[in-house]
Design a protein around this ligand. Structure first.
Ligand code: ATP
Length: 246
């Protein structure tokens, strides 16, 4: 692990989660710094979503310590994480299907005080994700790819300091993937923000991430730049295969 930076937006130390006999997350250590897109990758069942759930307070850790934007997190307390500046999406969508796209995006702007700011935030998030023409549609009526963009637009509208995305690209077509990657690249350029990304689309991960941590059986296998990870023998054997090797 590299020396820790004082201004890290996420700091994870000795984090473990046991589900009965299964050690799903095994003594993880990493940090995410301002301006970074940090990828968390690994085979199915490696512990990525569990790590997300621990960091965002959706499940309690067995042991460990998590700091979000300098604040100490408490086990299984999602409100503490969101108050500290963390917003997350879920693998299977994070929106209310029966509501319009506009009302879903309003959920993301709820923390803003003035109505004019909230309305502007809805329009801005819709514009960024290419959803402006769908604001009055019922979200459950939209195609799958657009529904996923709604999840991301809600998260972006909340303007979190630490944006945590769980497989945001699943089921998106190439144009939608490009839209999302551009939005993420833009988002992290705003001062004091960073993104933690769990994703199986390796081409996208290698393109967008500054650093990547590879998990295997819940434990750290490697951390490094996309080039480091592509060339790492253990990662190629455990996950990437030769087709992604440098
Ligand atoms: N609530 C739970 N109870 C028991 N075991 C669980 C629970 N949640 C996850 N696990 C197990 O923990 C391990 C890690 O699962 P996790 O969902 O974190 O993996 P993942 O890396 O996100 O996988 P995927 O890429 O398929 O989403 C798996 O063996 C899974 O079956």
């Amino acid at each position: 692990m590299q020396p820790s930076s004082n201004d890290a937006l996420l700091r994870v130390s000795e984090l473990s989660k046991r589900f009965d006999g299964l050690l799903a997350v095994d003594n993880l250590e990493f940090e995410v710094r301002p301006g970074e897109i940090f990828g968390l990758i690994g085979p199915n069942g490696a512990g990525k979503s569990t790590t997300f759930n621990l960091i965002s307070g959706f499940i309690p850790w067995t042991t460990g310590k998590v700091q979000v934007c300098g604040k100490e997190m408490r086990r299984g307390k999602p409100l503490v994480a969101s108050e500290a500046g963390l917003v997350r999406t879920f693998q299977h969508g994070s929106y209310v299907g029966g509501m319009s796209v506009r009302d879903n995006l309003r959920l993301g702007t709820i923390v803003r005080n003035k109505k004019a700011d909230r309305d502007a935030g809805v329009l801005e998030a819709a514009r960024r994700l290419g959803l402006s023409d769908y604001l009055d549609e019922t979200t459950s009526n939209l195609p799958h790819g657009l529904q996923r963009l709604v999840s991301m637009a809600i998260a972006i509208a909340a303007q979190p300091r630490l944006l945590c995305l769980d497989e945001p690209l699943t089921g998106l077509n190439e144009t939608e993937v490009t839209t999302v990657l551009n939005v993420l690249d833009d988002y992290r350029k705003t001062e004091g923000r960073a993104i933690l990304l769990v994703e199986h689309n390796m081409k996208a991960v290698m393109r967008i991430c500054d650093r990547i941590l590879v998990l295997h059986h819940g434990a750290h296998l490697a951390t490094g730049s996309p080039e480091d990870i592509r060339g790492n023998k253990a990662v190629i054997e455990a996950y990437l295969g030769e087709s992604h090797a440098a």
